[in-house]
Design a protein around this ligand. Sequence first.
Ligand code: HEM
Length: 229
Amino acid sequence: MNVEAQENVEMEQELEFAASYRWQHWIRAVSIVVLTVTGFYIAVPFLTPAVNADPTNFMQSLIRSWHIIFGFVLISVIIFKSYLFIFAKNTEMERKALKDVINPKIWIQQIGYYLLVSKHPKLNGVYNPLQFMAYVTFYIAIFVLIITGLIMYVHDFHQGLGGFLYAPMKSIEVMMGGLANVRVIHHILTWGIMLFVVGHMYMAIYNAVFGKEGAMDAIFSGMKWHKKH
Ligand code: HEM
């Protein structure tokens, strides 16, 4: 198709992501950044509080409290997102992606698209199968991060929610081989999340550049462009 013909293709805007979806995406993104930074600080506390006559600077506790606050923000937003995925009317396009995941033809075409040898497959849902599986892996990692985070949390706070969750978390801690293992799993998964974020941003930019449908715009404005049919 020459440039002139390409310019004449009529495009129309369609709603891709509703406001609730966009809000939870950005709250989750901010929480993940804060949790990664504060988490690495907890692992290697590289700042020395200013020396003064008062020995109670509690720098580690301060960073840990922000980590836990954003941990609970993340937990809330993941529960909300799961509710949206399963029940919300305006997320039907997400659920429809399951249809594409079980279709081998779409898998082959999608891999071909990324290798620049075939056209993008016509999808039923809003995610391609590779993308969908990457998100499933991401959710499993976040789920284990939440559980391991809560196990460490119940050792910090023994009353209220900490006390209530102590018994179930203790059983999972034992199954994981003790608190030291729990910490290591939590730490390794942080690296997994960082890899995901880099891949996720690369793919989003790739799709926006090669797809020419405003794929990146959709997570800000909600709207994506499609060829008029
Ligand atoms: C994206 C999600 C998360 C990331 C990337 C993350 C990252 C980290 C990292 C790197 C550490 C340090 C581990 C070490 O000592 O080597 C840590 C510790 C910890 N995290 Fe998370 N975390 C996440 C979610 C959570 C959640 C949901 C909670 C629960 C509320 C939580 C609670 C904790 C606690 C209690 C500690 C231990 C603090 C201490 O040792 O004093 N984290 N986290």
